[in-house]
Design a protein around this ligand. Structure first.
Ligand code: CDP
Ligand code: MG
Length: 134
């Protein structure tokens, strides 16, 4: 089933000049990039995006990091895009992420694990709306 998912290249990806190589993987897979923008997100937007993590010990560090520099937000479309993109990014802890995944290949710590992707249909809709409107 064709789906849309929300992907965000985190500030470390932009700073480390990984944008091209990461986007290449989604294009190579055959996915369509429907929308994309580079932006520096406010603390408020970072808090809203990660509101389900409020109260976790890593929350403050996470929202500080996410609002510390430019990100690239995008909408990616393709067959089973939500679960396939999650597979392509790899586990949250990059030290546990398989080699061949984006986090497994490019990251080694949190919260700076290079990339975000929606984990369900509901979060994809919420996040696309939060960053791109309807
Ligand atoms: O990003 P993902 O959906 O894989 O993981 P999450 O559990 O939804 O956590 C969101 C983000 O919070 C992660 O991508 C990390 O940047 C950060 N995090 C962290 O810094 N330390 C943790 N123990 C868990 C998450
Ligand atoms: Mg998540």
């Amino acid at each position: 089933m064709k789906e849309k998912t929300f992907v965000m290249l985190k500030p470390d990806a932009v700073q480390r000049k990984l944008i091209g190589r990461i986007i290449q993987r989604f294009e190579d897979k055959g996915f369509d990039i429907l929308n994309m923008k580079m932006m520096k997100i406010s603390r408020e937007l970072a808090e809203k995006h990660y509101e389900e993590h409020k109260g976790k010990d890593y929350y403050e560090k996470l929202v500080n990091f996410m609002s510390s520099g430019r990100v690239v937000a995008m909408v990616i479309e393709g067959e089973n895009a939500i679960s396939v993109v999650r597979k392509m990014i790899g586990k949250t802890n990059p030290l546990e992420a398989d080699v061949g995944t984006i986090r497994g290949d490019f990251a080694y710590s949190t919260p700076d694990n290079v990339i975000h992707a929606s984990d369900s249909k509901e979060s994809a809709e919420r996040e696309i709306n939060l960053f791109f409107g309807q």
